[in-house]
Design a protein around this ligand. Structure first.
Ligand code: NAD
Length: 252
């Protein structure tokens, strides 16, 4: 059974893996056998150490995905290092908060450019490489509860993450014929930098915990099983799905 989850020798690009959910997913993929191409703005020292401790290689690419300019180089560097790409995890993402009546163009563009535009163009560049390799490959986008729900004071984030769910379906439809699986993981309320302001607001923190069937914030490690599943042969017939890993939040 474990053979269908085995990723030995596979090559995974993970964006934003110096911290939080991306770090945990890169480490989980490495522990299942992947070499990792990490795309980060800041040094991913701890992730690199843990990937190497798992006996895998880590190629450290420094890039700012707020524009699509670095994308060609990212794919080129990955192929130069390993000769191929098997998995892409589009994890890098940001959030900006503000009332919709006051929301600025800068806060709109910053979020949509990184969370949606770069996700599409990096997926396109990697899928072209998959096709060049003869097909097959796995793309895993990181969605959100706000792919399903509206939220408040996060207009550009909700637009971007709802867009990620739609894009996941569209790309799955177009690329399934190439043996490429495009799916998404929608994390619930996870304890990372992204949610630090929510957790430090005692009232919001209590409201969230009170509504969560699991009764606790998610941990980055809670994404380990889902990301390995979606990167592996175990999910070969899963296309266009957004898998909530949310402690039951959406079931309420
Ligand atoms: P985080 O802030 O700890 O990590 C975000 C990552 O994105 C970091 O590695 C950061 O360096 C990278 N990043 C930011 N801007 C970048 C840029 N311009 N270029 C390249 N990399 C950039 O937060 P996280 O919670 O680990 O978030 C990871 C993903 O999970 C994001 O897409 C986020 O929207 C999503 N998410 C998080 C939660 C949660 O509860 N924490 C819930 C749902 C979805």
């Amino acid at each position: 059974m474990s053979a269908i989850f085995d990723l030995t020798g596979k090559v995974a690009i993970v964006t934003g893996c110096n911290t939080g959910l991306g770090a945990a997913m890169a480490i989980a993929l490495a522990e299942s056998g992947c070499n990792i191409v990490g795309v980060n703005r800041a040094a991913p020292a701890d992730t690199l150490r843990r990937v190497e401790a798992a006996g895998r290689r880590f190629v450290d690419i420094r890039a700012d995905l707020s524009s699509i300019e670095p994308i060609a180089d990212i794919v080129h560097s990955a192929v130069e290092a390993f000769g191929r790409i098997d998995v892409l995890v589009n994890n890098a993402g940001i959030i900006r908060r503000g009332d919709a009546l006051e929301f600025t163009e800068a806060d709109w563009d910053a979020v949509v450019d990184l969370n949606l535009k770069s996700v599409f163009f990096l997926s396109q560049a990697v899928a072209r490489q998959f096709v060049k390799q003869g097909g097959r490959g796995k793309i895993i986008n990181i969605a959100s509860m706000l792919s399903f729900q509206g939220g408040v004071r996060v207009a550009s984030y909700t637009a971007s993450k709802s867009g990620v769910q739609g894009l996941t379906r569209l790309l799955a439809n177009e690329w399934a014929a190439h043996g490429v699986n495009v799916n998404a993981i929608a994390p619930g309320y996870m304890a990372t930098n992204n949610t630090a302001p929510l957790r430090s607001d005692a009232q919001r923190n209590d409201e969230i915990l009170g509504r969560l069937p699991a009764g606790r914030w998610g941990l980055p490690e809670d994404l380990a099983g889902p990301v390995v599943f979606l990167a592996s042969a175990a999910s070969d017939y899963v296309h266009g799905h957004t898998l909530a890993v949310d402690g039951g939040w959406l079931a309420r």
